[in-house]
Design a protein around this ligand. Structure first.
Ligand SMILES: Nc1ncnc2c1ncn2[C@@H]1O[C@H](COP(=O)(O)OP(=O)(O)OP(=O)(O)O)[C@@H](O)[C@H]1O
Ligand SMILES: [Mg+2]
Length: 232
């Protein structure tokens, strides 16, 4: 994949129970941009993020990551480019130890074990969990589990980082730490969040969703103002 942009062309998505969650979404995110996805509960943020690595495929329209259209066939290639941190960290942590959880992606990429170890150590220390590697994820606090989930994606060294509510449940210190980690990530970041401060500090651009439609896309301060005017 030469150029890691993300492009949505007229994407609609309806869940099997007939809930229409995305309605004709078109957007373009260039390589290196940091974009926050804002909107009320149920507005379609998670559904939109899940289209970025083929976990959900459009009911109509097309998603492209670089020059690759995201389809069932290309999803595994796309996932090497797009690292996704889910809304619920427990969906990502299933190995006996935190170390193995963070090693899972690199091992799956068939990297040699010394490279796996280097990546796991770097990723765990980036999120401040270097001393928890031997624990099981259920022995961590909620915030620590979120950090472990972030580490399990950083270890794959993705070109695009997609995060669903990354600052939920984090204490102020862990939140600041997360901001530091994400700020030092030089590639594309797309995150869904209700944390306006995080959006303002990290993302120059925001996209506002309402009932599955993009209703604003632009400078974060301005988009937040539009959002606040709508809900207050
Ligand atoms: N598995 C599912 N089956 C049916 N409908 C779903 C499913 N998951 C989500 N939905 C519906 O799709 C719409 C969008 O949900 P989504 O989870 O994308 O919202 P969200 O913006 O991420 O919300 P939140 O801020 O609460 O995380 C909602 O109406 C939701 O009820
Ligand atoms: Mg969500």
């Amino acid at each position: 994949m030469s150029h890691h942009y993300i492009k949505f062309s007229n994407v609609s998505y309806t869940y099997p129970d007939a809930t229409k969650a995305l309605d004709d979404v078109s957007l373009m995110i260039s390589h290196g941009e940091r974009v926050a996805l804002l909107g009320l509960n149920g507005s379609g943020k998670s559904t939109l993020l899940l289209q970025m690595n083929g976990l959900l495929l459009p009911s109509s329209g097309e998603v492209n990551v670089g020059d690759v259209p995201v389809t069932e066939k290309t999803a595994s290639i796309v996932r090497r480019t797009v690292g996704m941190v889910f809304q619920n960290p427990d969906d990502m942590l299933f190995m006996p130890t935190v170390y193995d959880d963070v090693a899972f992606g690199p091992r799956n990429m068939q990297l040699p074990e010394n490279e796996v170890a280097r990546r796991v150590e770097n990723s765990l220390s980036a999120v401040g969990l270097e001393n928890q590697a031997g624990k099981a994820s259920f022995q961590l606090s909620g915030g620590q589990r979120r950090c472990a989930a972030v580490a399990s994606v950083l270890s794959m060294e993705p070109d695009i980082l997609v995060l669903d509510e990354p600052s939920a449940n984090l204490d102020p210190l862990a939140r600041r730490n997360l901001l530091r980690i994400l700020s030092s990530f030089t590639h594309t970041i797309v995150l869904a969040t209700h944390d306006f401060e995080l959006a303002k500090k990290l993302c120059p651009r925001s996209i506002l969703l309402e009932e599955g439609k993009v209703i604003a896309d632009g400078e974060t301060e301005k988009v937040i103002e539009i959002f606040e005017n709508k809900i207050l």
